[in-house]
Write a protein that binds this ligand. Structure first.
Ligand SMILES: N[C@@H](CCC(=O)N[C@@H](CS)C(=O)NCC(=O)O)C(=O)O
Length: 339
């Protein structure tokens, strides 16, 4: 009996003392290849969008750039693959890329039923609607009998069915595989409204022939927590991607930016010292060196910086922080602590 108790106590102590980090097969492959493979959209301003030279930018792109900075100290060591809403999950599970970072909503079916793991919420969104201002529609509740344009393989159709059903409203869906097709169908008057994540509506507005002739309705009909996903079965890779994002959120909370990170290495604050690897051995726990977050923050920035330049006031979209503010500023962005 006594022996059993001692054995249990020793096991617990060993667990608290830490176990050697399991080597990530994906990390090994990425290192040998020399770059990260990142699955993105066909082009969505603010999230993942190529310029005329084929250079990608956006919040989702910065997630991949951050992981590449953490591994290679080079945010450009990434190859991007466009994937449609419909194909994205099979493309990830078949191994076409190491991370899917494509304005993807976390749902139970996707997390538990499709062989993927989500690593955090990079953007809290919700589904909205855009209408022509002169249609007189001022609320979703004015859309009874409407023809609704949307994209296949997304969360949008189910949300419309749930909301319209619950409110006793009828509707007709016109669904397209490509966003450009859905949007031009709406722009040419084939649908009364176009529906998607509200962030996508801000982006879509910029593509319409006369952006000023359209209004985004005030209601949000769903929860769309967007985040990156990795294949199931490589827990160590999942941890690396998860803590790289958490490092960016923690950095914002601690006031560590791409501009001051080198100065911050001298900070006396224990939590900043742990984040930046001056103290502790947190980087090695995800298969990297302890200053992994320094590379991420220096080369890509903290969460607030990536939000502002891609979708916030420093971007064309000008989306307010809203729910994506930090938890201590009235928002939902909350990263677990590094200790
Ligand atoms: N967050 C939703 C919607 C994602 C989605 O595919 N949205 C469209 C409209 S914003 C899109 O990404 N279009 C760009 C593209 O297809 O490349 C989901 O995960 O199902």
């Amino acid at each position: 009996m006594k022996t059993a108790i001692i054995a249990v106590t020793l096991t617990a102590a060993a667990a608290l003392g830490g176990v050697a980090a399991a080597e990530s097969a994906t990390l090994k492959e990425v290192k040998a290849r020399g770059y990260l493979k990142c699955g993105v959209s066909d082009g969505l301003t603010g999230f993942s969008n190529p310029d005329s030279q084929g250079n990608w930018s956006g919040i989702d792109v910065d997630v991949c750039r951050a992981v590449a900075a953490a591994i290679f100290d080079d945010p450009n060591a990434v190859r991007y693959t466009s994937t449609t809403a419909k194909e994205r999950f099979t493309a990830l599970t078949k191994g076409e890329f190491d991370i899917l970072s494509r304005n993807t909503t976390i749902t139970m079916q996707r997390d538990a039923g499709l062989g993927m793991e989500f690593t955090g919420v990079t953007y809290y969104d919700g589904q909205g609607f855009i209408v022509k201002t002169d249609s007189g529609v001022a609320s979703v509740n004015d859309l009874n009998g409407a023809t609704v344009c949307t994209q296949t393989g997304t969360t949008t159709e189910l949300n419309v069915a749930d909301y319209f059903g619950a409110h006793g409203m009828t509707y007709q869906i016109l669904a397209f595989e490509k966003e450009s097709e859905a949007l031009s169908a709406y722009d040419s008057g084939r649908c009364d409204t176009y529906t998607t994540d509200q962030s996508g509506l801000f982006a879509a507005k910029l593509e319409l022939a006369d952006a000023n002739a359209h209004t985004i309705l005030p209601e949000i009909i769903s929860k769309e927590p967007l985040g990156p996903a990795v294949r199931q079965g490589d827990d160590a890779w999942e941890d690396l991607v998860r803590w790289t994002f958490y490092a960016m959120v923690n950095a914002e909370e601690m006031g560590v930016t791409s501009q001051n990170v080198d100065e911050m290495l001298k900070s006396p604050s224990p939590e900043i010292r742990r984040l930046l690897g001056v103290e502790g051995d947190f980087g090695t726990q995800i298969g990297l060196t302890n200053d992994w977050a320094v590379r991420v923050i220096r080369k890509v920035g903290n969460y607030g910086e990536i939000f502002e330049r891609n979708v916030g006031m420093g971007s064309q979209l000008k989306i307010p922080r809203g729910k994506n503010a930090l938890w201590n500023q009235g928002g939902l962005q909350y990263a677990p602590p590094i200790h």
